[in-house]
Design a binder for this molecule. Structure first.
Ligand code: PRP
Length: 178
């Protein structure tokens, strides 16, 4: 089956407005005296992360780190067992951590990842996701900052891909059959 780009679900303006709101929420919660490590989960979240951290105030103590993970299992469903391809550069022990993801779907990846990171004893751990496909949830995940709740349809752009393609789109669009 061949696929092509469909309608815009979230425009670049809508995304940018919401990213600013989330950054304001984070800035209010942490303030300038609570250093924070923002952990992006590659690859999809890199786009969202770089936008959101640049909306945080200059006097906040912000560090950025990345992890690359994949879950075992077939290509369409994540198993929730996370394999680390690239780990964090720095220890998060005693640090205030915000995990940034582009999308939470079944919740399996994030819940496993949270367990793994909690085991490293951060001072606190919060989760920030751009998109929440809540209808597909298989396990409960506490999302502290959520950009948008979206229906169970295939979307690409702003970091989200279809077979590696279309991450670079500024808007988030549906993918439809040709
Ligand atoms: C996506 C997303 C999450 C996961 C969510 O990653 O970034 O890690 O799927 O799915 P779940 O809630 O069902 O576990 P993906 O494997 O597509 O990697 P990518 O960011 O490199 O595209």
């Amino acid at each position: 089956m061949a696929y092509k780009l469909g309608e815009v679900i979230l425009s670049r303006e809508t995304i940018s407005r919401r990213v600013k709101e989330l950054a304001d929420e984070i800035a209010n919660d942490y303030g300038k005296n609570k250093p924070v490590v923002v952990v992006g989960i590659l690859t999809g979240a890199a786009f969202f992360l770089t936008d959101i951290v640049r909306e945080l105030p200059e006097d906040m103590d912000v560090r950025v780190d990345f992890m690359s993970v994949a879950s075992y299992g077939d290509n369409t469903e994540s198993s929730g067992v996370v394999r680390i391809f690239h780990d964090l550069k720095s220890s998060i022990e005693g640090k205030h951590v915000i995990v940034v993801e582009d999308i939470v779907d079944s919740g399996l990846t994030l819940s496993h990842l949270i367990g793994l990171l909690e085991g490293r004893h951060p001072a606190s751990l919060k989760v920030c996701v751009l998109l929440d496909k809540y209808e597909r949830r298989k396990t409960e995940v506490k999302v502290d900052y959520c950009g948008f709740r979206i229906p169970d349809k295939f979307v690409v752009g702003y970091g989200l891909d279809y077979a590696g393609k279309w991450r670079h789109l500024k808007d988030i669009k549906y993918v439809v059959e040709e």
